[in-house]
Design a protein around this ligand. Structure first.
Ligand code: PLZ
Length: 451
């Protein structure tokens, strides 16, 4: 497939005009250091000016292959043509009225689209917010209002955000939580299914292990919600063993616990299904979406069973900007793009192409512990050769070597030892192959333990 979905006129080729970072990026980094709080770190020290298809152009004219999508956001591509047109039309019409003051159609249309597209054909309702964390918080509010219970169960390696409640729900201390407590109460953590690290425990057994912890340490009668990423994102692109999610969902249903899928990172065609839950036919009570929903504009949502969603009293949900008209216009255009350009299928094509290259790498390199993932959400877990000991220094070295060569890759994982690949679905096969070649070179450059 070629680059028909590319937006602005950006040559779809990797091109290095300066070392990374170039002089203009260096100057901007110096300004950033003086002006921006140092708590905001950057993966690469380059500043972007344009992006489309599978390329991000920096201020020095370097064309970087984008295997990150701004952390799984620009799934339909950067400045995707339909998104640009819809936002331009909306920005000229009106920019904001506040949906809670004088509502507008775009918000309702996005709610209708989400009610139609998310798993399950039951009656649904949707509420819109700005960020993933804000939507996760609201899913918990709604589950508590519906059940009259307080406890929330999350999992090892979970990532749900950086606000106070979602910091409590997120597993990893540094960098997300360290020094930022006290955290919200009534959040409990259960063991995940992590096939590479739990001896290949089958999904059913792993679910029963988690359920046992929940029953012993929390009690179903106290439990409002179980919140889980169907494939964990920041925690390491961990795909639970088959059967884990369905078993947990069934337990929740039986006990009247609200089963919440956090599909902030996995949603909107990313995993080769419209939603990751679709893969095993799991129907969550509530589903949280953000990131890929609106082609880069800030929007998030909670969608779910009408009876649960309507449990919160009038005025209990909202916010000044939630469902901003520009973001809604972008979301409708992004959804149209996913459907018109068959991006679910495209994600599966990307999976086939990328897995072939990554698995070839794995057979040659004992530092690759596991290659995993679905669709355009793929990962390489790095270990000390021949062991299962995590090697975060190697992940950093390989990512750094890829960056120097003009490829944007991200790392993740509780141990920081996972390379993750999240290309926009608008990327060409040529750029994917080039990205794989660069990764191979980065592995070679990091041979012999680049510590
Ligand atoms: N739930 C599953 O992946 C955001 C965070 C990057 P916000 N992931 C990227 C960082 O270092 O902050 C995420 C997610 C899942 C919730 C969130 C939170 O979404 O839009 O960043 O609030």
């Amino acid at each position: 497939m070629s680059t028909t979905t590319a937006g602005p006129n950006v040559t779809q080729r990797r091109l290095l005009t300066t070392p990374i970072p170039g002089p203009r990026s260096r100057a901007l980094m110096a300004r950033k250091a003086r002006a921006v709080a140092s708590g905001v770190a950057t993966t690469m020290p380059v500043f972007a000016t344009r992006a489309a298809g599978g390329i991000v152009v920096d201020v020095d004219g370097n064309h970087l292959v984008d295997l990150g999508s701004g952390i799984a956001v620009t799934t339909v591509g950067n400045s995707a043509p339909r998104v640009v047109e819809a936002v331009q039309e909306q920005v000229a019409a009106f920019t904001h009225t506040c949906f809670m003051v004088t509502p507008y159609e775009g918000y309702v249309a996005v709610a209708e689209a989400l009610n139609r597209l998310t798993p399950g054909d039951h009656e649904k309702r949707t509420v819109l917010f700005n960020s993933g964390a804000e939507a996760v918080e609201n899913a918990v509010k709604i589950a508590r209002a519906h059940t009259g219970r307080q406890a929330v169960v999350v999992f090892d390696h979970a990532y749900h955000g950086r606000t106070n409640l979602t910091m409590a729900m997120t597993a990893k201390n540094v960098p997300y939580k360290h020094g930022f407590g006290p955290f919200a109460g009534e959040v409990y953590r259960a063991p995940l299914s992590y096939p590479f690290r739990d001896g290949g425990l089958d999904g059913e057994t792993a679910a029963l292990r988690a359920i046992d912890v929940i029953e012993k340490q929390v009690g179903a009668d106290n439990l409002a919600a179980v919140v889980i990423e169907p494939i964990q994102g920041e925690g390491g692109f961990i795909e639970p063993a088959p059967g884990f999610l369905p078993r947990l969902a069934a337990w929740c249903r039986y006990h009247g616990v609200v089963f919440v899928a956090d599909e902030v990172q996995t949603g909107f065609a990313r995993t080769g299904d419209l939603f990751a839950c679709d893969h095993e036919g799991v129907v969550p009570d509530l589903i949280v979406t953000a990131k890929g929903i609106a082609g880069g504009l800030p929007l998030s949502a909670v969608t779910g069973r009408a009876a649960i969603m309507d449990a919160a009293h009038a005025g209990g949900l909202g916010g000044t900007y939630g469902g901003n008209p520009l973001a809604c216009a972008a979301a409708l255009a992004a959804i149209e793009t996913i459907e018109a350009e068959h991006l679910v299928t495209r994600a599966r094509e990307i999976e086939t192409l990328m897995l072939e290259g990554l698995r070839a790498l794995q057979t040659r390199d004992p530092r690759v512990g596991e290659v995993r993932g679905r669709g355009a959400m793929l990962a390489v877990e790095l270990v000390e050769a021949g062991t299962d000991r995590p090697d975060p220094a190697l992940a950093r070295a390989i990512a750094g070597a890829a960056h120097e060569r003009g490829v944007i890759v991200l790392t993740c994982g509780t141990h920081g030892n996972v390379l993750r690949l999240l290309p926009p679905l608008s990327i060409s096969d040529e750029l994917l192959r080039d990205g794989l070649d660069v990764l191979e070179a980065a592995f070679a450059a990091s041979a012999g333990g680049a510590r």
